[in-house]
Structures are given as structure tokens and as C-alpha cells.
Design a protein around this ligand. Structure first.
Ligand code: ASP
Ligand code: MG
Length: 464
């Protein structure tokens, strides 16, 4: 099936998702209204996050559960949302205020209930967290109506059906798809913009669930898949994926196009732009995802394609390196076998120990008798070390960084490695571990943290 042809009964829509900073206050929301206005001919469907920091504030209600602190949080939340509300035209304000107030009263009742409870469940937390998007969607709808743009707020709990895994619910796509067809398509037909709450859904029993922190990108992908949308635009407060961290490399550039795999590897190794898993359903359907900057809306941003073959324009780029990413706070662990487990059991036992302690491993290098692996400093714990010492000698070295070069075709181009080692030789930077080949699109090495900035700059000037 051709992805870009309208399917029967569906409008070719475009999904616009706005992150928390894009809807942080009146100024930002007005900027967002301008962006939506420009896409009106493309049948936009809007997904919104909570106002910046609101989800954290809401969750802190459950954390404190102390009357004075909770009252203060509620006051602050009310103040921020009402500030936006007051910027609307009086008749729109009169229309939105009772709806927002109703949600707010529900939050107050929930907060009062949580103050009495001895144990707060994940189910409570999801309900609590849901209010951020429930508020912001009313505000964005009001802002659009104030500018005479026809819009209707839609609570995604009427659309997104999930399982009961509170905090990270899985979507039932069949049921969800039917809801979108029934509730969203008619709005599009009438040229009314749906403004949908990101992040939240509902289980079969009608309880509120969330898709996990940062889950409104996932909501955008779900929406795009259900509506067979043409494109997703994720509007953030950054320009897109960069060739390197702009705080380290002044000449870093925006990367115009990335394959999904490249974006995923970059995210994994330090570029915290989006969780690639969240946009995967869309990319798998060949729906491109564009990362754009709300505060510089004319910049092209980065477009992420499902297939790297769509990237012909870049195919003849002289070196197949798209970006350099790094992740600090890495601990190297070297484990040498005590040879009691025989030649087969060692690795199995080793991985089992990491799994039992729920410590994710980033990079692995092995030889006959020893294994080096990296973990994040924050996951390091004495229990893990104790268990490892039972099967081998353990050496731990903190203060490292994972440095990763990402690009399709990098694996088969020997110039890439030649350049990397030449850069390291000239800059006198020793590598502690090297990993290549597990992924065809990245070259990864571990170096000491003190060399990080120097290495990133030197590599950037070599490759870009
Ligand atoms: N507001 C939610 C969060 O902060 C979801 C999102 O922003 O994507 O996690
Ligand atoms: Mg957020």
C-alpha cells in the first residue's frame, strides 16, 4: 500500500505534537497557535503535553502528602493555568473556565483523598499525572478559539485503550483505531481541529492510565498510525538533532535528515531529544517524523525517515558520519573468570547477575578470560559487585564516557576508523574500550571523562 495516498474514509492529516515548554505560558501558547494556523490547509490534529514541569509538580503531591505542601502546589498550578486562561477573549474565557474548574476540583478531591491514604498505588499516580494534559488541552483549545480557529478538545481517554500496566501502559491498537475513526474523523471532516491530551489513556475498566513519562510523543505516533497521517511534527524548544552537542562544539550543525536507526542510536548514546521507541509505530508505517523548534518555526529541523533509502540526497556525502554523541557518567567493569564455571557458563552467569540486579549494560567487549562492560554510574551498587565477585575478579573504574559516531554505511568505510584513530593519536587520547560491528551504523569507544570535550571537538572538526 502506498503510504501517502489517502485511504478510504481518512483525511490526509498532519499530527502536531507540542511539548511542555511549547505550551509553558501565554507567550508560548500564542506561538503555538501561529504554528497551527499555518498548517490549517493540511488538516492538523494537535496533541499536547502538560505545561512545562506540571507533571512533576502533580506527582510531587503524592510524594509530599503533607497538607501545607500540597496546598501550595495546588495554588501554584492554579495560578499558572489561570494566567493563560485570563489572556483569552472574555467570551472564550467564560466558556473554558467552568470546564477547567471542573477538572481542577477533581484534582483537589484526589489530592485530599491521597492525603488520607497510607499507600499510594501506581493507579493513583497515573490518575494524578493525567491532570497536566487535561488542563493544557483546555487552554490550547481556548487559545485557538480566541483566534477564531475552530477547535475541539478531546480527552484521549475516549480514544486510547490500554492494558492495566499503570505507568507504562500498552496500547490496544485495534480498539484505539476504531475510536479514532468514530471520534476524530468526523471533526476533521467538519474542519474542526481536534486538540487531544497526550500521555494518557484508559484501560478496559475505565481507569486512567499513562503511557510512561514523555509519553505524549507516543500519543502522537498512535494518532498518526490510527489516522494514516501524512507526517508527524514534534515541536520542542530545540532546533533538532545536531552533528554534536552545541554546548561543546560551537560549529555543530542541525542534521536535516536521519534514518530511524540513526536517530535511535543517537538517542541511546546521549542525544536526549526523544525516546525512539515512542515514534517507532509511526516510522514502521513509513510516516515521517519531523523535529521542529516552536521558537524558530521557519527552521527546517530534522526529519526522521523509516527507510534510510529515502535519504539519497545524502548518499554521496563524503564520509558516512551523521553525528557524534556522548554519554558521561559511565563506569567500566572488568570481570575475569575464576574458571570455576567452565568455558560455557561464565557469560550466562554474568548476564544473569546484571539482570537480577536490574542493571542495564551499555557496551561489552570480551576476550577468552575476561569481559569488560560499561554501566551508568547511577546504576552502580554494592550488591551487584558482591554477586560478581563470586564468579570472578572484578575491577571497577568510574569517570568514563561513551563516545559514539553514528551514520549509515559507516561500518564498511575503513576511512572512518582511520580518521578516528588519527584524531586520537594527534590529541593523545587513549581509548579504553572499542565496539564496532554490533550495529552497522555506529562506532563506539570508551574514553576517560576528562578527554571528552577535547575528543568531541577534534572528531567534529575532522568529520564535518
Ligand atoms: N507530561 C508528560 C511528562 O512530562 C508527558 C509528556 O510530556 O510527554 O512525562
Ligand atoms: Mg512534559
Amino acid at each position: 500500500m502506498q503510504p501517502n495516498l489517502p485511504r478510504e474514509g481518512f483525511f490526509m492529516s498532519i499530527i502536531l505534537k507540542f511539548g511542555g515548554t511549547s505550551v509553558a505560558n501565554t507567550t508560548a501558547i500564542n506561538q503555538v497557535v501561529g504554528i497551527i494556523r499555518r498548517t490549517l490547509p493540511k488538516n492538523p490534529v494537535v496533541i499536547t503535553s502538560a505545561l512545562a514541569h506540571v507533571t512533576n509538580l502533580l506527582l510531587s503531591i503524592a510524594e509530599f502528602r503533607q497538607k501545607v505542601a500540597v496546598e501550595k502546589i495546588l495554588r501554584d498550578l492554579k495560578k499558572r493555568h489561570w494566567e493563560v486562561l485570563r489572556s483569552f477573549k472574555p467570551h472564550i474565557q467564560a466558556k473554558i473556565e467552568p470546564l477547567l474548574t471542573e477538572e481542577f476540583l477533581e484534582l483537589e478531591r484526589l489530592a485530599a483523598r491521597l492525603l488520607q491514604k497510607s499507600n499510594v498505588t501506581k493507579k493513583d499516580l497515573d490518575l494524578l499525572a493525567s491532570f497536566g494534559e487535561r488542563f493544557s488541552s483546555w487552554l490550547l483549545t481556548g487559545a485557538l478559539l480566541s483566534q477564531k480557529i475552530p477547535a475541539q478538545r478531546v480527552d484521549s481517554r475516549e480514544l486510547v485503550v490500554t492494558d492495566s500496566n499503570f505507568g507504562a501502559a500498552e496500547v490496544d491498537f485495534e480498539k484505539t483505531r476504531r475510536n479514532f475513526a468514530r471520534k476524530i474523523s468526523p471533526l476533521l471532516r467538519r474542519k474542526i481541529i481536534p486538540v487531544i491530551t497526550g500521555f494518557i489513556g484508559r484501560n478496559h475498566k475505565g481507569n486512567t492510565t499513562t503511557l510512561g513519562r514523555g509519553g505524549s510523543d507516543y500519543s502522537a505516533a498512535i494518532t498518526a498510525v490510527c489516522l494514516h497521517a501524512k507526517e508527524i511534527q514534534i515541536w520542542k524548544d530545540i532546533p533538532g538533532f545536531m552533528t554534536a552537542d552545541p554546548r561543546v562544539v560551537k560549529t555543530a550543525r542541525i542534521i536535516p535528515q536521519l534514518s530511524f536507526q540513526e536517530a535511535a542510536e543517537l538517542s541511546y548514546f546521549g542525544a536526549k531529544l526523544l525516546h525512539p521507541k515512542t515514534i517507532h509505530p509511526a516510522v514502521a508505517q513509513n510516516i515521517p517524523v519531523r523535529i521542529l523548534n516552536t521558537f524558530a518555526p521557519d527552521n527546517p529541523g530534522t526529519i526522521i525517515y523509516g527507510k534510510s533509502s529515502l535519504r539519497q540526497a545524502q548518499a554521496d556525502k563524503s564520509l558516512p558520519v551523521m553525528a557524534i554523541a556522548y554519554k558521561k557518567g559511565i563506569t567500566i567493569m572488568n570481570i575475569s573468570s575464576l574458571r570455576m564455571l567452565g568455558p560455557y557458563g561464565f557469560l550466562e552467569e554474568l548476564f544473569r547477575i546484571f539482570a537480577a540486579h536490574r542493571v542495564p549494560i551499555d557496551v561489552v567487549a570480551t576476550s577468552e578470560v575476561s569481559v569488560s562492560m560499561t554501566i551508568e554510574d547511577k546504576t552502580y551498587n554494592a550488591g551487584l559487585i558482591g554477586a560478581l565477585q563470586k564468579i570472578g575478579m572484578v575491577e571497577v573504574r568510574h569517570g568514563h564516557v561513551i563516545l559514539s559516531l553514528v551514520g549509515t554505511g559507516l561500518k564498511n568505510d575503513p576511512r572512518v576508523e582511520a580518521h578516528i584513530f588519527e584524531v586520537f593519536r594527534l590529541a593523545k587520547i587513549p581509548t579504553e574500550m572499542i565496539s564496532k560491528g554490533a550495529s552497522s551504523i555506529n562506532f563506539t569507544c570508551i574514553i576517560e571523562e576528562k578527554f571528552c570535550e577535547k575528543a568531541v571537538r577534534a572528531l567534529h572538526s575532522k568529520f564535518f
